[in-house]
Ligand binder design. Structure first.
Ligand code: 8X3
Length: 808
């Protein structure tokens, strides 16, 4: 076991040591209590049922206080744990209890007793009622067959993948400030006042507004009750505690949990605890994709920090200690995906409840403050992959901030990721936000942003495997993985396409066909969700939900801006495949289309010369217009589609390049591709270059990204960009300054997102060979970092094969 006693972080280190490298367990209490309550409330309004279930959970769920912790609030067992949401995907439960302990990606343990509770008490109630089953039933046959195996809808096709069946919402950020300002007492009182003002004769008031408001009252009671139970437990523990230091800490926990989140906090400690109670209770409420994020923590906690520092009530060291207590609490709750697809999309126990730092104030001034720097310091000094720190960058970001951001990145754990105000703010304005709202955005997912009182869209989106569209263009609508089935368009025998233009047209037709089905999926998802999900706690913090008396899962909430997405997965793979076909087959005529297909059919076995020829064709990521102009056209085709059709869905369904780890399972269904990629290996991730294809250094990667974007479309959204650097190329002061100017260049180019792995290939190879020696090695994956040894071999190899840049 490696030591984690880090000077200045002793308490946080002790807590970390208590769970680090522990195999996670599944805790079934939340699911059991939720189910018990749902059995009792059938026939009532969904939002009311949800609030009653939360009240039932608040009353009966076990409460815990971890040894050494100063911040309390867990949703299950001590140590690393995950919880279940049977209302979402309970139809997977039976297989999950057999497979979860042994699956390759993110395994979980389950006690025999808990397995019994699942089989006898939870699973039977949800049969036929889950969202996943309803969605499979709602999809037309043509869409179903590219989504699931029609014979067994529990199995994904990994072609056009919906993600709504393994998370009840996409990433989210609450307006925590509201809770800090008025407390749940204030929120409840507002709801009670509204109830008093309802028209007792109005059918709408009785049938819609009243259940909504009653639900707000119930969740206000629920969260306060749950917090107060921690207070009682802390008092009991304090009575029995013999160590006077810990006894005093427990008394303080008791005092604070009796006060927040019911009342506004009086101190930094109370503010942090209030926020964490809300965070944690949100996880008991619903399974938000990748967990509810923490918002702009350096902003909304700042007044409490300033006040306590001024009064001499707290030191910077104590501030860091409290924050690290929260980071530790975060790290123990794992986002458990019981569906194999969810598991494969989120390898390494992924969850990324982003903490946003820096950026601008609502008035457009630089927002960095002392807390920003303390959070960066904690990230550098305390070795943990939570929270996911997101640094907002703008053209006037101070030099010190950029310097400290670069120094933190150099620590090598992948933090912070960078989000660019210069791209995000104008896009939010273009979608209808005010300047104040746009400047005040918070990072909420891998790369996404929310305006907590303005966004109202929750439907999880489609991940589209466009490398499969390349394969279908070459196989007339078929794929090697699914023999004999016509899954795409029958665009004809590619050997009959006499020109590059005809080939490209056929690919574009396949791409459009995929988009068609992705949007049909979304149509079904948007309309079904509010029948299956409600989130009264989340709604209680949202201005527009309260104004309209509508749950946040309702498809349209007046005044809201609906920011949804679809994902282009395999971008680099598709671009390079098309560029190779254009150059090698059509322009240089080095091989025929027939020879290409033969080589692909045989996965290049015996065709290495052809593979080399293809792999050396122009490729994306090198600032080469040959490939980048194809990239730009693909991007524009997708943007045009959504410009035409998202209006019909009534939302902004924007084009995004954010894969999580989907490029690995997506690669597993795609045969060899014309860029020289071997069959069933990972696709290129996000908007990054294909593995090893970027040979002109990292600035060329930025420029390819820039030249492939269509800045005249407001339908664009996040592009996730991974760059791997060797530690030596950013060594010392000079290295930090090089990294700072690289970040400025990225910001000037108006790219959305950037993150780094600063590591030697050899280190990764060593860690693969001797995992025991490298248990603490953190690597950057998508919008999160994970322990390298927690990843499947496929994903480990994917990271190893990414280009390692030795100079910037
Ligand atoms: C991806 C998060 O929830 O928008 O970072 O898919 S989500």
């Amino acid at each position: 076991e490696q030591t984690v006693t880090i000077p200045g972080h002793e308490r946080a280190g002790r807590i970390l040591r208590s769970f680090q490298n522990q195999r996670p367990k599944i805790d079934v209490e939340r699911a059991r209590l939720f189910t018990e309550s749902f059995r009792q409330s059938e026939g009532e309004a969904l939002i009311l049922r949800w609030s009653k279930a939360l009240l039932h959970i608040a009353k009966h769920i076990t409460v815990y206080i971890d040894e050494d912790q100063l911040i309390v609030g867990r949703g299950g067992y001590t140590g690393r744990y995950g919880i279940l949401y049977p209302e979402l995907d309970g139809d997977y439960l039976d297989t999950a209890i057999r497979e979860l302990p042994s699956r390759g990606q993110s395994p979980f343990d389950l006690t025999d007793e808990d397995a019994r509770v699942i089989v006898n008490e939870i699973s039977p109630y949800w049969k036929g009622k889950t969202f996943h089953e309803a969605l499979a039933d709602a999809l037309p046959a043509d869409t179903l067959k590219v989504t699931y195996d029609p014979e067994d809808p529990l199995k994904s096709r990994f072609i056009i993948n919906e993600t709504a069946s393994f998370r009840s919402s996409i990433q989210w950020v609450h307006d925590y400030e509201k809770v800090l300002r008025i407390g749940y007492k204030g929120i409840k009182e507002e709801a009670l006042r509204e109830i008093d003002q309802l028209d007792p004769y109005s059918p709408v008031d009785n049938m819609e507004k009243l259940p909504f408001l009653q639900a707000i009252v119930n969740v206000s009671d629920a969260i306060v009750l749950w917090a107060n139970r921690h207070s009682e437990l802390a008092s009991r523990q304090a009575d029995e505690e013999s160590n006077p230091v810990r006894q005093a800490e427990l008394r303080k926990i008791a005092e604070i949990s009796a006060r927040v989140p019911e009342y506004p906090p009086r101190s930094f400690h109370e503010a942090v605890q209030s926020q964490w109670f809300v965070q944690m209770f949100s996880r008991l409420e619903q399974k938000t994709g990748t967990v509810i994020s923490n918002g702009r923590m350096d902003q909304y906690l700042y007044p409490y920090y300033q006040q306590d520092i001024k009064l001499g009530h707290i030191t910077d060291q104590e501030v860091i200690e409290l924050l690290e207590c929260v980071w530790n609490a975060m790290a123990q709750f794992l986002d458990l995906y019981i569906s194999p697809t969810g598991g494969a999309f989120n390898e390494g126990y992924a969850h990324w409840e982003a903490v946003t730092v820096g950026g601008q104030t609502p008035g457009g001034l630089d927002a960095t403050n002392e807390l920003t720097y303390l959070m960066l310091q904690s990230k550098r000094e305390f070795p943990l992959n939570y929270p996911d720190l997101a640094a907002r960058i703008h053209t006037r970001s101070p030099e010190r901030y950029l310097y400290e951001v670069a120094e933190t990145i150099k620590e090598g754990s992948g933090f912070p990721k960078l989000i660019n105000d210069e791209e995000v703010v104008p896009l939010l304005l273009a979608k209808g936000a005010t300047f104040e709202e746009a400047y005040d955005y918070a990072v909420s997912g891998c790369a996404e942003c929310r305006m907590p009182n303005r966004d109202t869209y929750t439907s999880p989106c489609a991940y589209i495997n466009f490398a499969a569209a390349i394969e279908m263009t070459l196989r007339n609508g078929q794929m090697q993985r699914y023999p004999g089935e016509i899954l795409g368009l029958e665009t004809g025998d590619p050997q009959s396409f006499g020109s590059w233009e005809l080939f490209f047209d056929a690919y574009k037709a396949q791409q459009k066909h995929f988009l068609k089905h992705a949007f049909i999926q979304q149509h079904a998802i948007i309309r079904l969700r509010s029948r299956h999900f409600a989130a009264p706690l989340s709604s209680s913090m949202h201005k527009l939900c309260l104004q309209n008396f509508k749950d946040i899962h309702e498809p349209h909430i007046e005044g809201g801006i609906d920011l949804g997405y679809f994902e282009f997965i395999g971008y680099g793979t598709v671009i390079d495949s098309l560029a190779a076909i254009k150059k090698v087959v059509y322009e240089d005529k080095r091989i025929t289309m027939g020879q290409l297909i033969e080589a692909l059919d045989r996965d290049f076995e015996g065709y290495e010369a052809i593979r080399q020829l293809l792999a050396h064709a122009p490729s994306y990521g090198n600032n080469d217009d040959y490939a980048d102009s194809i990239a730009k056209e693909l991007d524009e085709e997708a943007l045009k589609f959504t410009r035409n059709y998202s209006k019909q869905l009534g939302v902004n369904l924007d084009l995004r390049y954010v894969p999580f780890t989907s490029h690995v399972p997506f690669g597993k269904v795609v045969a060899a591709t014309p860029n020289g990629r071997k069959a069933y290996t990972p696709l290129a991730d996000g908007s990054s270059a294909s593995h090893g294809a970027d040979k002109n250094g990292p600035t060329a990667v930025l420029l390819s990204n820039f030249y492939s974007k269509n800045y005249n479309y407001r339908e664009r959204a996040a592009r996730l960009l991974n760059i791997k650097l060797t530690p030596s190329c950013v060594d010392g002061e000079e290295g930090t300054l090089k990294l700072v100017s690289f970040i400025r260049t990225w910001s000037d180019l108006r790219l959305w997102h950037l993150q780094f792995n600063i590591i030697n290939r050899q280190t990764l190879l060593d860690a693969q060979r001797e995992p025991e020696q490298y248990r603490n090695l953190l690597v950057r994956i998508a919008g999160y970092s994970a322990y390298f040894t927690d990843l499947s071999e496929d994903l480990q190899n994917d990271l190893i094969r990414r280009t390692e840049h030795t100079a910037i």
